[in-house]
Design a protein around this ligand. Structure first.
Ligand code: ZN
Length: 483
């Protein structure tokens, strides 16, 4: 499946059943933040406990990334001091697709909890009255639906705890730690030589190209937004796909973000740190208040140079997080979730890192003036939907499986029967040709028939290929368990 497609399905059901999207009040999950001590000094640790309770009748599997259960990987709390928001200073991580071990099981009626020092990830150096509230948008929850005999994954619109009040007395510690210092700007607009930490020579050379490509992405995005005639802005598919309904204020905010990105790539010294290169579950991470220091991880090095979730796009994503650049957050990951964010909450989309990445990558290509044929790429394939069995559901061992996807030909070339589907990787299936032609604009029904043996899980990824064997467009896949 494509990241997040089941989300859409489950959310639609929730809206129909409940009359409104899931919220803290009707979700089976209850989040709570507590502290043994609420009167502290600025020199103390701000020790709080986060507890997630499953109030439902069936076991749930919760994706830990948007909880502090396995550490902080994003801005998960709304922290205020005397009514003013306090900046998040922890890691902002771009992750690869989740694995089973990224989910925590919470039994029906059970709870999980974690304790941590909140001052390690939020700037709480000043004395004052703080309020602390857990606030997660799009928390992913998986449960078994025994009646439908399938696994259902849903994303909660918002899960929020009550606010916890804490008073910090004592001295202001802001003078004790130096703020992140911005590097000097180059006068000629050319990128300054980046510095590398923990990187091999091969990694250094691939990062060098990625920086050049990221600079091109940022410049092209900026020029596109500036050059788009005002009359075309409300209907522009590229802008509205990633940033939602047009509004002149939001548009100029987005434009200023790409200007800052372009200026950063051309004028700042980046510090590229390969300290997490052996972790394939992560693309990269940064600290928003440590500008131009980007930690690059395993998934970054195996990503394509350009295109969806590419090396260059990842650098756009990470750089947008820096407070001095665009100060983006991670409200949604992946193309499907980002499109949904744009259509539901444009205000969040224009503050979301992956939305900036996908706009810059512009894949599938979307033109300036409403997708005219002359602007389109010849080869373009867009995932539309798929038939069951859905990912992570169970299918029989030692049996044939037919899995069907619907893929739109969004390019200008006709897919003939000498074109087809290329297996990219996986432990079953092969590649095959189409059985009929698909004209530009039409949607092809694509199915793979594969024998599944005795392995516990089968995962296979595919792309559309030309008659010459070149693959392009959206990746589609299945991950199925056997029994
Ligand atoms: Zn991020």
């Amino acid at each position: 499946m494509k990241k997040g497609i089941l989300w859409g399905f489950a959310l639609a059901c929730l809206v129909l059943a409940g009359g409104r999207p899931a919220s803290a009040s009707d979700a089976p999950l209850f989040a709570e933040v507590t502290a043994a001590k609420t009167a502290l000094t600025t020199e103390d640790g701000v020790n709080v406990r986060f507890t997630l309770t499953n109030q439902g009748a069936s076991d749930l599997f919760v994706l830990q990334w948007k909880t502090p259960l396995a550490g902080f990987e994003g801005d998960l709390f709304a922290v205020e001091r005397d009514g003013e928001p306090v900046p998040y200073t922890g890691r902002l991580v771009k992750r690869a697709a989740p694995r089973p071990s990224d989910y925590v099981r919470i039994e029906a009626g059970g709870r999980v909890s974690a304790a941590f020092d909140l001052s390690a990830v939020y700037d709480m150096r000043q004395p004052g009255t703080y309020t602390v509230r857990y606030r997660a948008v799009g928390l992913e929850v998986v449960r078994e639906d025994f009646r439908a005999r399938q696994t259902v994954s849903e994303a909660l619109d918002l899960l929020e705890s009550d606010a916890l009040a804490l008073t910090l007395s004592g001295r202001d510690l802001r003078g004790d730690r130096p703020e992140g210092e911005a590097a000097p700007e180059a006068a000629d607009g050319k990128a300054l030589t980046p510095t590398y930490l923990n990187c091999s020579n091969g990694q250094i050379s691939s990062i060098g190209s990625a920086l050049a490509n990221a600079q091109n992405y940022a410049t092209e995005s900026y020029n596109f937004l500036v050059g788009l005639p005002a009359a075309s802005r409300p209907g522009d598919p590229r802008y509205t796909t990633w940033f939602g309904a047009y509004d002149s204020t939001r548009y100029s905010t987005v434009q200023s973000h790409y200007q800052s990105l372009k200026d950063a790539f051309s004028g700042q010294t980046f510090q590229l740190d390969c300290d997490c290169a052996s972790d394939n579950t992560l693309y990269a991470y940064v600290f928003a208040n440590q500008p131009y220091h980007v930690h690059l991880c395993g998934a970054f090095f195996s990503a394509p140079a350009t295109g969806t979730d590419s090396k260059a796009g990842t650098l756009v994503h990470e750089t947008s997080h820096f407070t001095v650049v665009a100060g983006t957050n991670d409200y949604a990951y992946g193309q499907t979730a980002c499109k949904k964010l744009a259509s539901k909450t444009p205000k969040k989309a224009i503050a979301n890192a992956d939305s900036h990445e996908y706009f810059a990558e512009n894949n599938p290509f979307q033109s300036i003036h409403g997708g005219g044929a002359t602007d389109k790429a010849a080869n373009c394939a867009q995932y539309v939907r798929e038939d069951p069995p859905y990912d992570y559901s169970y299918v029989p061992k030692n049996a044939w499986l037919t899995k069907t996807w619907y893929i739109k030909n969004c390019g200008t070339a006709t897919w003939t029967t000498s074109w087809g589907v290329q297996k990219l990787w996986g432990n079953a299936c092969g590649s095959f040709n189409f059985t009929k032609s698909t004209a530009p604009g039409a949607t092809a029904k694509v199915w793979a028939t594969c024998f599944l043996g005795t392995a516990a899980q089968y995962e296979v990824h595919f792309k559309v290929k030309t008659s010459g064997g070149t693959t392009f467009g959206d990746e589609f896949w299945f991950v199925l368990n056997t029994r």
